[in-house]
Ligand binder design. Sequence first.
Ligand code: ADP
Length: 644
Amino acid sequence: MADPMSALSAVRPPRRPVLLLLACLWLLLSGLGGWGVYWLAQQAGIADLRASGEHRMDLYAASLEREVDKYAFLPAIVALEEDVQALLRRPDDAGLQQRVNRYLEQLSDRAGTLSVYVVDSRGKVKAASNWRRADSFIGEDLSFRPYYREALRVGSGRYFGIGTTRGEPGYYLTSTLGPAPDRVQGVAVVKVGLAQLEQSWSAVESPVLVSDENSVLILSNRPAWKFTTLQPLDEATRQQLENSQKYNRRALQPLGWQVLRELDAGTALVRLKPEAGASAASAVSAASSAGLFLSQARPLASFSGTPWRMTVLSPLRPINQLALSRAWVAAAALALALLLVALQRQRRRHLREQLAARAALQAAHDALERKVEQRTADLSAANLALQQEVAERVQAEATLRAKQDELVQAGKLAVIGRLSTEMAHELNQPLAALRTLAGNSQRFLERGELEVARGNLQRMADLADRMGRITARLRNFARKSRGEPTRVLLDDALDNALAVLEARLSRAGARIECKRQPQLAAWCDANRVEQVLVNLLGNALDAMRDQPHPCVELECRAVARQVQILVRDHGPGLSAEAQTHLFEPFFTTKPQDEGLGLGLALSADIAQAGGGSLQGTNHPDGGAVFTLSLPALPSTALADTRAG
Ligand code: ADP
């Protein structure tokens, strides 16, 4: 059988180290879940950023293209102008030069270019739209400028550079001048400013930049980043750029970004150091110019002559923040879910254990019940057996009682048997007297002495009464008794016993000394008490049979809740053997025809059955003394007696 207590003790909470381990696992799993969600959200965010970055790049490239293409035809228009061609043929014609200057000025103003100018075949500026200004290009030697050389080489060119005079960055569009491509007389140059474009880009918060073949940032909506480089320049390149004055001696410091991870060609995660945007005007732009960015770059295809690359930077901070907040939410949700699962499992375990404990208890209960049933069945069987035994014992007791009654009766008859001699003697006397009186009466009647005859008849009647009393006493003594207790006056019991033994007492010449107590009563069967007294008196007479004047002392007394009758003789007393076997059946020291050895055994039984006792001992002054103790009247019987 499963021990219910062990099943109950199984419902113990987990121990401290296990709890600690579970808590660590819980935190780890929640953290891992959070990290996974962070990673996924970041990847999704980056994918979104890439898509929007691509889109932005399309827009920026298109706007840049539009901006430049607007002016693409201008150098050719300049080349078509008669005055321009004439000026190249007659470079010293001041009037012509003035006209060309004005024409270029008007053209530049109308087109919105930075400047338009004409360079002769030796690289000298012959006419310029900015002729009025003190820092006009006129007369300057631009033969070293790459766009000029390029134009001479291929007939037209595009070039980004910073003006050597005013240091103004711009896009140079060139076209050769002359009657035929192989007879070049000069170059028409249109310098387009991209400030407006940059202006329009500056509204966009995310950085966008265009780098040229030297990785120098030539356009950007971050003014501070312009003319920085994406990669540090080696000394040779730096020297070469110095010579061409392409960037008009700008410092060309590196932008100082750090490529963290290349995602694929042209796409990378980069970190911009705060210093890179330190010189930015506003804090907002400073904030949006530093940190982590997704960098997307691609070459600008339409600027085939110039290998420019457009780079769009999208800040990762919002994505990271969003991913972080999602990660926190996911981690918290996961932690909660795990907690719920753990609680659920714990609850289920608890329930399982409770059920197991209950089942164990039920099993124990069932086993106990089976045991109880078994025991009850055993007990019932034992009870039945006991009842049978009791019934048998009751039966045996009834039989015993019947036998005992018969024995008592037999004992009584034995006494009567012993008394029969005395009885016969006692009856013989009145019988003889009756006979004599009857004969006498006959004679007195014949003689007519009627008075005497009447006297004789009266005496005869008295004798018949006496004989009737003797037989009545014997009949009374001999009757069967049921042993039912009644109120018995000790005096009456003694008188009846003495009456039964009257003949024997008188024959033995015995003296009876009796200390009576009138009204002292016992609660017993009168007939049986008389039988005991007859036995005791008979034994006393037997013990003093050799004495000429035997004396029996009788005493009635009340002791506690009992009454006692003491029978003392003056015989030899009880021998040692008699004291040992006094109440044993068939112990006798008398001759066979005188004693059966049942008298005292029956008397003791009678006393005991009536709730009393019988004791025999030797008196200190000689002789034996027997004490018959009987129950005194019970209080209810006493009340009845008084009422009666
Ligand atoms: P029984 O009288 O037939 O012998 P009892 O049971 O009455 O049987 O007595 C048993 C014996 O006890 C007697 O034989 C006698 O030896 C002894 N005994 C009884 N009463 C006395 C007595 N008063 N004095 C001396 N011995 C007695």
